[in-house]
Structures are given as C-alpha cells and as structure tokens.
Design a protein around this ligand. Structure first.
Ligand code: PMV
Length: 355
C-alpha cells in the first residue's frame, strides 16, 4: 500500500530488508555482477535497513535528482554510491525515473560502525523501493514472485549478496545444476527445502572490530581473477552446495557445521593467497574460533562459526540450545568483542513493505 501524499505526482514507498549470512560463500565475479559460483545464505531478522523513497516530478532532469540522507543526515559516501547505482539503472531498467526527484532516507537497525556489512540489506531495501515505484507508475500493485525476482536482480547489480536478501528464511543465488530454478541473474527462495531446525537458527555476531574493512569486497572479488586456486575453489563451492542442500533438508547439523566452517576459512585463505594478500582476521577472531570448537567438543552442543570478509565471528546454533550458548558467549567470548558488543540475530521472515 503506497501513500499518495496529496499531490498527484508524489508517491512514497518504504521497505525494510534484512542482511544475510552466507554458508556457502560467493567470492569471485564476472560480467555485470555475475557470480563465479552459486551461494546460499540465511536471511537474518534484526540486522536490517529501512529505506523510504518519495518520488515527485521535476522538470528538466535527464537522470533523477537524488536527495539522500542516512539516518536523517548527509552521508556523502553512501549518497555517491546510491546515485551511481540509480543512474546506472535509469536508461535500461527504470526509464520512469527520468524527470523525477527522489528523496531517499535510509536507516539501519545496527550501528553503522559495527563492522556488519550493510550492503546486502541496504541495496535490497533500495531495490525493493525502486521496483515498487515502478509498479505504482504502471498502475499495478502485485507483490508476486515476479516482483521479488526483479527486486533480487536489481539488488544484485548493487551488491551481489543483496540478491539473496529479498527472500525469507534461506536463499540461493547463482546457477547450480542440482537446484531447480537457480540463476546467476537473481536469487531464489529455498526456505521450503530446509528442516524445521533451521527455520529459527541463531546467528549471534561477535563484533571483534568495528573498523572499516582493509579491502572492499569489490577489490576482494577482483583478486580472485588472478588467484592460482580460483578454479579449484569454484569447483569446491559447487560440491559444498550440493552437500549443504542435502544437510539443510535432512537437518544434518554436523555436515552443515563442517561445510560452513570450511567455507569461512576457505574465504579467508583465498584472501591470504591473493596478490596482494590480506589477513582479514584479528588474533581475537582465532581465539574465539578455537573456543567455539573446544566448547562444541566438550559439550556436544552443535554450535558453529562463520565469517564474512572481515574479523567478526558469526556464532550459529539451533534454538533449543539458546540458554547454554548465550551463557557461553557471555562468559567466554564477549570479552574478545569491542566493548563486549554482540549483535544477536536469527533467521528471519525477509523484507517488509511498510508504506
Ligand atoms: O555482495 P558483496 O559484493 O559485498 O560480496 C559479499 C561476499 C561475502 O559476504 C564475503 C560472501 C557472501 O556470499 O555473502
């Protein structure tokens, strides 16, 4: 339901969209943001971006005039990225944006400096708003599978991992021979293919560092072009995804944990053997990883870790162990976090249309 704000030429939409955490990672791309291998992720619940766009007519502008604020303030870097993204879409995907003024305000539920990548939630929220505005201009409001597919495709052009954020629960992005409907162009939902234990799986994010990443993911993906292990990696990712999809379906926590941890360490190993090379973990990341493995061995509780392209550690575990694992995190792991900062999250229901 979009709000018509009195004047006929003014349309407002607002969406919230969550971040996601990949279990099989996307690392390496080609062409127009196409992945070298398919990936799968949990859609999160609390870590999300809310974006509102007010669109009105404006004479004499070939590209949309964008007035962008982040949490009510000017944010030149985010603004630049947003304008570049929207201008890139205007000619081919969204000609309706010509001659419009867009007032965009966006906010995150997690602090900007928390070290949590905001591109997946940010780009997916923005894409959902743009696709919604397009529908409003066409006089339709049908939020069906085709709408979400297009939003995923547009989100992918902004940030690859954002393609997976527009679906609830769990999603795959990238063509995979064993996954029906999968495509390099957009993500698909695989929420129906997972055992109940994964529907409310937990992901507590330990903020080991809140500094800006030493290498952007764009530069990181590019380094894969000359990485000597790239081809082997893409083949490994394909096999891992086949096995992981089976584990997700059967509820096999051990296989899920093994593949998830291997994937995280492989991502970091790839960065360590790129040229130039990067070490993206901090000593505290390793301490936390070792403690998680020891805790799992000692207690038999299926708690696992994964990492993005940075030092923060995602602690993954089933809902039934929430009391034991949160106690472990509080007593043994939080001391390794910046100001004991932990973002507690879990698998969520996907984006929401607010206006
Ligand atoms: O979406 P990008 O370009 O920021 O790349 C994200 C890559 C990883 O987060 C490291 C892995 C993934 O699949 O999300």
């Amino acid at each position: 339901m979009s709000k018509s704000t009195g004047q006929k030429n003014k349309t407002q939409v607002q969406w919230s969209s969550p971040s996601n955490i990949a279990l099989v990672k996307y690392w390496g791309k080609h062409g127009q943001q196409l992945p070298r291998n398919a990936s799968v992720s949990f859609t999160l619940s609390h870590a999300k971006t809310t974006t509102r766009i007010t669109m009105e007519d404006m004479e004499g502008v070939a590209y949309p005039a964008v007035d962008f604020t982040f949490e009510g303030r000017q944010q030149p870097l985010f603004a630049q990225r947003t304008v570049k993204f929207i201008n890139g879409l205007t000619d081919v995907c969204f000609p309706f944006l010509k001659g419009k003024k867009l007032t965009i305000d966006t906010q995150n539920t997690f602090p900007h400096s928390s070290g949590i990548a905001s591109s997946a939630s940010g780009m997916s929220a923005l894409s959902l708003c743009l696709c919604d505005l397009e529908m409003q201009c066409n006089g339709t409001t049908i939020y069906d599978a085709a709408f979400y597919r297009k939003a995923s495709l547009i989100a992918r052009l902004g940030s690859g991992s954002a393609a997976r954020s527009v679906f609830p629960g769990m999603s795959v992005w990238g063509y995979h021979k064993d996954i029906s409907g999968s495509s390099d162009d957009y993500g698909i939902s695989v929420a129906d293919d997972v055992a109940p234990v994964f529907k409310n799986f937990h992901d507590d994010i330990l903020i080991i560092s809140d500094k800006t990443k030493s290498v952007s993911s764009t530069a990181g993906h590019q380094l894969m072009d000359n990485n000597p292990f790239a081809q082997v990696r893409y083949e490994q990712a394909e096999k891992n995804l086949t096995q992981l999809m089976i584990a997700l379906k059967t509820g096999d926590l051990e296989i899920l944990g093994k593949i998830t941890e291997d994937e995280a360490l492989t991502l970091h190993a790839l960065m360590m053997c790129s040229n130039p090379s990067y070490i993206l973990m901090e000593p505290a990341s390793l301490e936390v990883i070792n403690k998680i493995r020891k805790f799992r061995q000692k207690t038999g509780i299926p708690v696992y870790f994964t990492l993005d392209a940075g030092p923060n550690v995602h602690v993954l575990y089933p809902h039934e162990y929430v009391a034991e694992v949160k106690k472990f995190i509080r007593e043994d792991l939080s001391q390794h976090c910046v100001n004991n900062h932990i973002v507690e999250d879990q698998v969520g229901d996907g984006p929401q249309k607010l206006v």
